[in-house]
Design a protein around this ligand. Sequence first.
Ligand code: NAD
Length: 504
Amino acid sequence: MTLTMRSHLEDVGLKPGLLYIDGEWGGAVDGATWTHHHPATGEEVADLAVASASDVDSAVAAARRAFDESDWAGWRAQRRIALLRRCGALLREHADELRAVQALDNSVPVGFGAGVYAVSVEVAADVFDHHAGWVDKLGGETLAPYQGGDHLAMTFREPIGVVAAILPWNAPFLLLAQKVAPALATGCTVVLKPSEYCTFTVLRMVELLESAGVPKGVLNVVTGPGDPTGERLITHPDVDKISFTGSRAVGSRIVEASASTMTRVSLELGGKSPAVVFDDAADVGLAAATTIGAVTLGLSGQACVANTRALVHRSVYDEFLAAAEGMAGMVSYGDPFDPAVMSAPLINGRQLDRVLGYIDKGTAEGARLVTGGERLGGDYAGGNFVAPTIFADVDNSSTLAQEEIFGPVLAVVPFDDEDEAVAMANDTEYGLGASVFSADAQRTFRMARRIRAGTVCLNGFQIEPHLPFGGFKQSGLGREGGRSSIEAYTELKTVLMPLGDEMM
Ligand code: NAD
C-alpha cells in the first residue's frame, strides 16, 4: 500500500506555523509562507511563516529589550533554576506528542526517537536539568596581584547578550536544548531560527517553554529559510552571538558575515568521522553493527557525528563487511509512526539527488558496491528513501571517503597497521568524531590521543548531554555542552580595585 501521512496529520492536528516575537504568536508581516512537504511521501504537511527582514528586526529588538531593559539577566538563582527545571519537566511530559510532531517534520521514526537517548526528548530535558545546576555556579576567580601591592584582581562571568540560535533539521530536541538551556541559565536572550525542514517540532517545544514561564522577549522564534530569514539574523548588528549548527558552507558564510562586527560565533558543523576497527577488537560483528547502525538507522546517515568511514584492519576486513551487510539488510523503512520502522528517508529532493550523485561517483571512482546503492521504489516511490549502502575497497583519498555525504552510505577502507590507521583517520578536512574498536586498552587510549577529532569513543558510540561537543578543523569553532556552553554564552570580565590610596 502506498505510504501516506494523511491519517497522522489528522491525529496530530498541526496548525499553520506562526512566528513568536515578544511573547506574541503571529504571521509574517508580508504574509509570506513556505509549504513543508513530508520526506517519506512528498505530501503537503502544513505551511510555516517566512520571517522577513522586518520580522527578524522585531524579534532582535524584543530580545535586545528583554536583555537590556528587563530584570531577566538579574533574576535570583533560585527562580532561574526553577524555570529551567520546569522546562525539562514539561518536555518530558510531552515526549510522545513531540515525537509525533517530529515524525511529521523530518520523518524520524517515533520508535527510534523513543529508544535512542542521543536524539530523544529525554536528552533535551536532561540538558535543561543539567544547566539548572550551573545557575548558582557561574563564578569567576580572585587572583593574586602580579606586581604585588595592595589591590584585588577578580574575574566575573556575564551573559553574552542577544543570541541568534540557528538549528539544522535533523536533531531538534537535543540541539534546541543545547542552545536555549545555556542561554536561559546565563541570563542571555534568544532569537531562534529552526530549519525550514523541521519547524513544527521547534514551535511546539517553544510553546512548552513559554508555558514553563520563560518571560516575554527572552525567547523569540523566526521561521523560514536561509534567505531571507537566516541572512538577516546573521548580519543583524544587535546580535551579540551566533550559535549555529549546520553545514560547513553556511558556517563559512556566518564567519564572513560576523567579521565586520566581531559578533561572537559558535559553529557545530559536519564531519567524515572514522570508525577504526583493529584485528584485536573484542567483537568485530558488534563493531560492524554499531558502525552501520549509526549510518543507516534513525536519521539514515544524516547525522553530523556518524562514523561514515570504516577503517578496518585487513585481517578482519571480510568479517566486518559480512556483518555490516547482514545488518544493512535488516534496516526497516516506511511509516515513521509504525513502531517497527527504524529509519528515515532523506530530508528533501535536493539531498536525495546529492546522495545518489555520490553513489554514482563512488562506483565511477572504482569502489566496490557491496549492497544498496539505489532509491527505494514501489510503495516508497513517493518518498526520498535510499537503501543502506556499503562500498568496500574505498580509496581514503577518494570523494566517497573525503566528503560529507549525509546519507546512508558507509565507505570501508582497509589498513595494515596502527600508524596507517592514524594517518588515514586524520587525512580529512573534518575532525568531529571517531570510534576505536580494540581489546587493547593502551592502544585505544593511544588512538584517542592521536586522532584529531572533538570526540573519540572507545569500543562504542555514544553522546552525553553534559560533555563538551564540537569539532577540530573544519568541523566547527568552539564547543557546546556542559561547562563549555557556559563559557560560550558568557563574557569574562576582569575587575581590579586598589585597597588603599596607592594607584596601580
Ligand atoms: P544547513 O546548513 O543547510 O542549514 C542549517 C540552518 O542554517 C537552517 O536553519 C537553515 O535555514 C540555515 N541557513 C541556511 N542558509 C543560511 C544563511 N545564509 N544564513 C543563516 N542561516 C542559514 O544544514 P542542514 O541541512 O539543516 O543540516 C545538515 C548539516 O548540519 C550537516 O552538514 C551536518 O553535519 C550538520 N550538523 C552538525 C551538527 C553538530 O553538532 N556538529 C549537528 C547536526 C547537524
